[in-house]
Design a protein around this ligand. Sequence first.
Ligand code: NDP
Length: 451
Amino acid sequence: MLTVLNPATEELLAELERAGVGETDAAVARAKAAFPAWRAVAPADRARLLRRLATLVEEHAEELARIESQNVGKPITGARGEVAMVAEVFHFYAGAVDKYHGETIPVAGGVDLTFREPLGVVAAIVPWNFPLNIASWKVAPALACGNTVVLKPAELTPLSALRLAELGLDAGLPEGVLNVLVGKGSVVGQRLVEHPDVAKVGFTGSTEVGRTVMEGAAQTIKRVTLELGGKSANVVFADADLERAAAAAPYAVFDNAGQDCCARSRILVERSAYDVFLEKLTAATAGVRVGDPQDERTEMGPLISADHRDRVASYVDGTPIAFRGDVPEGDRGFWYPCTLVEATNDDRVAREEVFGPVAAVIPFADEDEAIRLANDTPFGLSGSVWTRDGARALRVARALETGVISVNSNSSVRVATPFGGFKQSGFGRELGMQALEGYTEVKNVFVSTEA
Ligand code: NDP
């Protein structure tokens, strides 16, 4: 039996049966059986069903936000924003159903056509930090392209995915088109990765598990998209609007209690502005409101589990601390304070993904060193550049080895724009029209026009 907890209170939210290999095989069989009819649904009708699901998500937005907030411990205001994005994702891909198609290519002796064909059964394996959001990034484009889906949420946070599947049926998705399996990654996840009837795995999670997914997928030459960890840099030049950069920086790390693959957890600051920036950053960090996720004013909640809190704490031991915030009193909940440490880029806290509210502040001498330090990591997911010099902003953005970068902003994710990593942050892109590439195969058809 799986027990699902509220990480802010440690209260029991649900007890669920765990699926095993047999249930996984049965879900894949249901998805396989549903595929021929689903791919044959007229595009306008498939779009209408996805749009109906988007509307149901909007109508149940508050319920879904409460589920997500209670299960992940995230502030209710942030959870509402995430659910709004989920609805937008389904609307976007409903609109894309009949706008993503093949080409005609000029060739000698006939007509050449390409078709974008669905792959078949897609397994979507998602983590616990943005459960519904990340599920929608995979489920919506996969269904839009005519695939059927088996979704595996993380064991810690399965509740919103189960509710999404119910809403899918209410929207009119045929039986078997969207299946959800609750179970261990090492059992259900691994079986999905190895199953010969699964055509593709869309995986978001740690780089470590991503590696095993890639290995497992190799046995059947499965398609994979991997959205993995990050160690992104927030590069602050002395000519930036320091007030604005310092006010924004805490939310680039402490949002979702730092359990964010895009967290800019290395704050690189030009040495000439280091002291003044650190002072402003410390003041802004002290202002982050940590507490009950159900309180409308709360900006940061607890970590997901006691084990995870121990892991986060291990990064801070022995490192000089510039600032440490407060956590709610009492002995319930997996709290960890907002923490700023002064570090070098070689310290463990700056090398590994902490996935908690800990930011390493690191000085740099000039633009060349900023680029060198920012790129000196095995990851390459996200990042920011803060400067008033437009040419420098573009120069540095182009030089950074990362899939997503924002200038004078923390924003990483938008529905219409591609998201994904360089280097060990993974490959393949989610969101935007680019995501559709990952859920289709190109078929080329040549028709002779010889008399
Ligand atoms: P994990 O890699 O531990 O788990 C991710 C998912 O994979 C879970 O559903 C898990 O199941 C499942 N899983 C575990 N083992 C296997 C296996 N052997 N085969 C198949 N599936 C398996 O990551 P976390 O859930 O701990 O999430 C945190 C990580 O996710 C961080 O590293 C973070 O950077 C990354 N992430 C990346 C994002 C991106 O877009 N790049 C976005 C968000 C997070 P279960 O937990 O139920 O056992």
